[in-house]
Write a protein that binds this ligand. Structure first.
Ligand code: WT7
Length: 699
């Protein structure tokens, strides 16, 4: 009964059918897809994989998927230990128990363990193991600079050498197993190199996206107390130069003020952006990467670690102000990241894979560095902005490196769609084989454009739903295995049991919508929030006892397809970046002229959602454009440019209940100008504020 409810329908589908339309016609309850044809609903819009694609796919049919899925659910220990032992190197096998879990908050502490007692190393599995298997001379990284025409490559052997040099340097300054290393780097090759070097010596990396402000960086440094921070002096992003080292300097002052001082700031000199002579320098603390790292030996013994030893920490936003340190451990994460990558992209040894995400986010962890490299894949690492120098840059890169697997976010698809087809069609793109989407729901129009224009109606799209917390894909198409529906992430990955519950936590059957939860654990699940296991339990396991709660709303259609509908908590998703409304609010109220603030997300054509802030200035301060600018600046300084509100809406007061709770539902309606849908405002302490807000909407 845990099988996707499609079983019945799709048993009749012949995924090997020669013509897409012929296969679609067999789905008697679905309308065949003809571009432009009016459909009864999105649910009936299907794109059937071509015979040609399915025939070569790792999972060629729904039948094959169901067989494997069933095995993964009925005996997870057998399923995952089979993969773990045949595809990875273990210095020592795990004990009798492949996994143990308690995800039911009613039964005591939440605890998840996979392959406990197994001894391995993720870096070894990414590099040494693949080199031993003959991939030493295979390209591991094609690096493309911000400026067209500047690039570099590293083979697997060269990558190993670079990783070992850094690992040896880190050891020389006293970094040991279990120590945290904060990384604040742009998409240079040095970023995956740093991640792998940490993994090699058992150090726990915490990569902070280089778009975060000094204050956000400081907050993370104070939380995880690293021995060393690794950064670069400056970076070019499009036409702009950003002085990253200045941001780190400010963060280190702020951390020191909070009692955490960092001994070493290892700084990569990015000469194309800034010379070392012009870089501010603190003697004794700051060290140039180029002066020390290349002097170390190119081999470095591996620190063998337990499967449950931590691999990395990655901070993400929740519904309260403080970022959460999501902790992933070694063995389960390794097996899960690699296996999801392999199946969701139908990976072949000859593929060239490009994921446009930054390693500062989970996508860059699991699907730039670990997942692909565990598979011995060739990965494109791109430093720049995808529309610089013009909106054709991505396809220029695709043609240049003959990219076969291209993985990106809906926001980029929509922004390129707006720029026009001519930037796409002037490039060949014929190397492309599979496309991927991640970060937010992809609207069917953008899906169609991605499929037809970018992929030439030839490449299946894997719309991968997952989260920082899940480590890897949870609901995703397996290309070639079943018909896609534009906008649906389709079906669960092996070992994942999604459930949709109502507000009381009752599991819903069949066609339904509600809160998306997951039953049981999977190897890639995060194990705790760093230093706050209680928050881990409260946020994820207490809302619906017995399940992991994702924070997302979800609908399951009549064919069992899953449709993610967005966050149901106070988290907004701007261009695939997860931002807590409370974080933005706390940045706003730190402004001396802000008395109160409430932030909501509103729909945005390109970004998915944009940040809309209601602000009440302190007594005696009048509304002005200067104040607006300075409020936005405060958010940029405290969080980062990507979290800057698009709109500041002046609010003499906020709509509150008599108990003082802000009614965000009303604010959302005002923000999206759905004024006839305000609903019942009679329970407000002062219903008059609603009219005042409406009057101030366009000021
Ligand atoms: C949230 C997780 C996981 C990598 C990127 C973001 C939303 C993510 C999809 C998708 C619909 C999606 C969800 C989720 N999300 N992928 N394919 N379809 N929604 O990671 O920052 O941890 O955010 O992103 O709302 O909960 P994240």
């Amino acid at each position: 009964n845990n099988l996707p409810p499609t079983t019945a329908h799709f048993r009749h589908v012949d995924a090997m059918a020669p013509q897409p339309s012929a296969a679609a016609a067999k789905l008697s309850h679905l309308k065949a897809v003809v571009s432009g044809e009016a459909l009864a609903s999105e649910d009936d819009d299907v794109v059937v994989p071509s015979h040609e694609f399915s025939r070569q796919a790792l999972v060629p049919s729904m039948q094959k998927y169901l067989e494997m899925y069933k095995a993964s659910i009925e005996d997870p220990a057998k399923f995952w230990s089979g993969i773990a032992s045949s595809e990875f190197y273990w210095k020592q096998k795990w004990g009798d128990q492949v996994y143990s879990e308690n995800i039911d908050a009613r039964k005591g502490n939440i605890k998840i363990e996979w392959f406990k007692g197994g001894i391995t190393n993720v870096c070894y599995n990414c590099l040494d193991r693949n080199i031993d298997a003959g991939l030493g001379d295979k390209i591991a990284i094609y690096w493309e600079s911000n400026e067209p025409g500047f690039d570099a490559t590293l083979t697997y052997s060269q990558l190993l050498h670079r990783v070992c040099q850094l690992a040896n340097y880190l050891k020389s300054i006293g970094v040991r197993k279990g120590d945290a290393v904060v990384v604040y780097l742009p998409m240079f090759m040095e970023l995956p190199i740093t991640m792998l070097a940490c993994a090699r010596i058992g150090a726990v990396h915490s990569v902070v996206f280089a778009g975060f402000s000094a204050e956000s960086l400081a907050q993370r440094i104070v939380d995880c107390k690293p021995k060393v921070v690794i950064t670069c002096n400056a970076v070019k992003r499009g036409p702009k130069t950003i002085h990253l080292k200045d941001i780190v300097d400010a963060a280190l002052i702020e951390s020191a003020n909070n009692g955490i001082s960092v001994d070493v700031c290892l700084t990569y000199e990015n000469q194309s952006a800034l010379k070392r002579e012009s870089t501010k320098w603190q003697k004794g603390r700051d060290v140039w990467w180029e002066d020390v790292v290349p002097k170390y030996p190119t081999s470095c013994d591996v620190e063998w670690v337990d499967a449950e030893d931590p691999l990395f920490l990655l901070y993400t936003s929740g519904s309260t102000g403080k970022p959460k340190g999501v902790l992933h451990t070694t063995g389960g994460y390794m097996v899960y990241a690699a296996t999801t990558f392999k199946y969701a992209f139908d990976y072949k040894d000859s593929d060239v894979y490009w994921c446009t995400a930054d390693c500062g986010w989970i996508t860059g962890h699991s699907y730039v560095t670990y997942g692909p490299m565990l598979n011995g894949a060739t990965v494109v690492v791109f430093e720049g902005a995808p529309n610089y120098p013009d909106p054709g840059r991505c396809w220029d890169i695709v043609d240049k490196f003959k990219v076969t697997l291209f993985y990106t976010a809906p926001t980029l698809v929509r922004s390129l769609m707006r720029d026009g087809d001519e930037y796409v069609t002037r490039y060949s793109r014929k190397s492309l084989r599979v496309l991927g989407s991640v970060g937010e729901p992809i609207n069917p129009t953008a899906w169609r454009w991605f499929f037809n224009v970018i992929g030439g109606s030839r490449c299946p799209i894997s719309d991968t739903w997952w989260q920082t917390e899940t480590g890897g894909f949870m609901i995703t198409p397996l290309p070639g295995a079943w018909p896609l529906k534009p906008g649906s992430a389709t079906f669960p990955f092996f070992g994942v049991q999604p459930v949709i519950v109502d507000e009381k936590g009752v599991e819903l059957d069949g066609e339904c919508s509600g809160y998306l939860c997951v039953k049981n654990s999977w190897p890639g699940a995060f194990r705790t929030l760093y230093g706050d296991h209680e928050r881990y339990e409260t946020t994820y396991f207490k809302p619906f006892p017995g399940y992991y709660f994702t924070g997302d709303g979800c609908r399951r259609d009549k064919d069992g397809y899953y449709w993610l509908t967005g966050r149901v908590d106070d988290v907004i998703n701007v261009s695939g970046h997860r931002i807590g409304t409370a974080e933005v609010e706390s940045a706003l109220v730190s402004h001396p002229h802000c008395a109160e603030a409430a932030v909501v997300g509103v729909e945005h054509e390109v970004k998915g959602q944009s940040i809309y802030a209601f602000v009440t200035p302190v007594e005696g301060i009048s509304y002005s454009d200067e104040l607006r600018k300075s409020l936005v600046l405060t958010v940029r300084q405290q969080i980062g440019a990507f979290a800057a509100p698009d709109k500041i809406h002046w609010a003499p007061g906020l709509p509150k209940t008599r108990s003082g709770k802000i009614m965000r539902r009303i604010l959302r309606k005002i923000a999206s100008r759905q004024l006839d849908e305000l609903g019942d405002t009679s329970t407000l302490a002062d219903p008059g504020v609603v009219d005042q807000l409406i009057q101030l909407a366009d000021i």
